[in-house]
Ligand binder design. Structure first.
Ligand code: FRU
Length: 505
């Protein structure tokens, strides 16, 4: 039996969804069925389909008491919605069903583990600090399902904040990521904070995925990357162990990390016996404006695929509260690790949906040029830029897209070889909000003027994959869809190869 709260959420999402036009949503990026979306949750493969749940408020286009929305796909490109999976309908989660993960149980059921926030959102206002601790405690809960309906475990919570060692925060304890071990047992990573407020990631262990035991702190931030790290993920990739996390309140470090809600990839060695992780490399996952809370899966054919919320807590105001939906996911990205770096490539299933391809080779660019049929807002644009042999390297190269030729509204990606920076710039994309509209990324290996960029546009977003995915920059844009022209601009002379493929589901 579903609770009234879940039934009501399922009813409202149907009503609200019916009011949203098809073209008002992205074509192949998942956005909420209605209302608000943040983190991807429970990204998994179950019964022949990919499942993606998400932090969800079906009632309004802003964050509020969290539910879990749900969608499925066979290609990771074309999504169909399932009814909302979880509503905050028990005393241990009445403040919200926060982020978590999903695995398939040996008995064939799909298991979700998520964080429950005990108190309703506003309950704390008049409370004394001491009792606020009790009210806002976070705990980890289970729900079992068949791919559509999920029943909460009657012995929830299965991990209580009081299971943590003395002194660790009880109110910052969330985002469980379950990992099935080779021996059939389970590990769970959970984000938290030490007594000194510093972020840390815990490991819990279980034989059956139901009863859990605290094991140890996997890693402590030591004040390096922001404060708390949210939404951890942990996996092996090309011989390295990778930890992904989303640090809150980062301080900038050159062009590697920017202020505010960030993304972090640590790569190193891991000793399974002792649970010892020794990071050797650190980097941002995405250098653009909108990216947070990444989660990965291993596909049946062995690819490590990542998806993230294409937004973050500092840029939420890009979307008006009255918009019929807010928040979208990134494109699923295939990960690999080489030369000490995390590489990302658009999911290869995208190729199924290519139509109308057009290519140009060795096009000289000086000043500004547009190419016939190179335009659109649901495209994969592959661009290689080179200097002219025997001539000085161009000073700047830009591509403008989502452009209106009359008003000159556009979003730009600009490369400056002399300092090796790529800038994503949506300042002139039509926004009237005082938010971050530009961000830069350092691409030192391209200072000789050779750079490759693959730009994926899907109506209200752009994702730029630089040098075969060595760096990625993502940003949402809400420019009117009639702005679909593209032009290439240089200061100095450059030569470009361009291939544009239209994407159509
Ligand atoms: C990350 C996050 C998570 C939490 C969820 C709440 O974006 O803050 O830590 O579980 O969002 O919606």
């Amino acid at each position: 039996m579903n609770s009234n709260k879940l039934e009501k959420a399922r009813q409202i999402e149907l009503e609200k969804e019916a009011l949203i036009g098809e073209k008002d949503k992205p074509m192949f990026h998942l956005c909420p069925r209605a209302g608000w979306m943040n983190d991807p949750n429970g990204f998994s493969y179950y019964n022949g389909e990919y499942h993606l749940f998400y932090q969800y408020n079906p009632y309004n286009s802003y964050w509020d008491t969290m539910h879990w929305g749900h969608a499925v796909s066979r290609t990771l490109m074309r999504w169909s919605y399932r009814p909302a999976a979880l509503a905050p309908d028990h005393p241990y989660d009445e403040g919200g069903c926060y982020s978590g993960s999903a695995v398939e149980m040996p008995d064939g059921r799909q298991l979700i583990m998520y964080t429950g926030l005990r108190a309703p959102k506003d309950a704390g206002e008049e409370l004394e600090a001491a009792s606020l601790q009790d009210k806002f405690m976070q705990c980890q809960n289970l729900a079992f399902g068949d791919g559509t309906d999920y029943v909460k475990y009657d012995k929830n919570p299965v991990i209580d904040c009081n299971d943590l060692p003395e002194g660790f925060s009880r109110i910052d304890f969330r985002d469980p990521k379950i990992i099935r071990q080779k021996d059939g047992s389970y590990l769970c990573l959970i984000a938290g904070r030490a007594a000194d407020e510093d972020g840390q990631i815990y490991l819990f262990k279980s034989r059956d995925c139901i009863s859990w035991k605290y094991w140890k702190v996997l890693i402590k931030n030591e004040g390096r990357f922001g404060i708390m790290w949210e939404c951890p993920d942990f996996f092996e990739l090309d011989g390295k162990q990778i930890l992904l996390a989303s640090p809150m309140e980062m301080a900038p470090k050159g062009l590697e990390y920017h202020n505010g809600a960030g993304s972090l990839c640590l790569a190193g060695e891991y000793d399974e016996e002792t649970g010892t992780f020794t990071p050797q490399y650190d980097q941002a996952i995405d250098y653009g404006i909108d990216f947070y809370a990444a989660q990965t899966i291993l596909t049946p054919d062995g690819r490590r695929v990542m998806i993230a919320w294409m937004q973050n807590w500092d840029t939420c105001l890009m979307r008006d509260k009255r918009a019929p939906w807010a928040g979208q996911m990134t494109l699923p990205r295939e990960l690999s690790f080489r030369d000490g770096r995390l590489y990302q490539q658009p999911i290869r299933e995208m190729e199924i949906y290519y139509t109308n391809s057009v290519s140009y080779r060795k096009v000289p660019v000086f000043d500004e040029i547009s190419l016939y049929a190179v335009e659109g807002r649901t495209i994969d644009l592959d661009l290689t830029v080179r200097p002219v042999p025997g001539e000085p390297v161009y000073r700047k190269f830009s591509v403008w897209f989502a452009m209106d030729p009359v008003t000159r509204i556009h979003t730009a990606v600009r490369f400056t070889p002399v300092d090796g920076t790529v800038k994503i710039d949506r300042k002139y994309a039509g926004s009237r909000k005082a938010l971050v509209h530009q961000r830069r990324c350092l691409v030192p290996e391209s200072m000789d003027g050779n750079i490759r960029m693959r730009i994926i546009l899907d109506r209200y977003s752009c994702e730029v994959f630089i040098n075969d995915g060595r760096y990625v920059m993502s940003a949402v844009i809400f420019t009117d869809l009639s702005a679909e022209k593209i032009c290439f601009r240089t200061e100095g002379k450059a030569i470009i190869d361009v291939t544009k493929k239209e994407i159509s589901l």
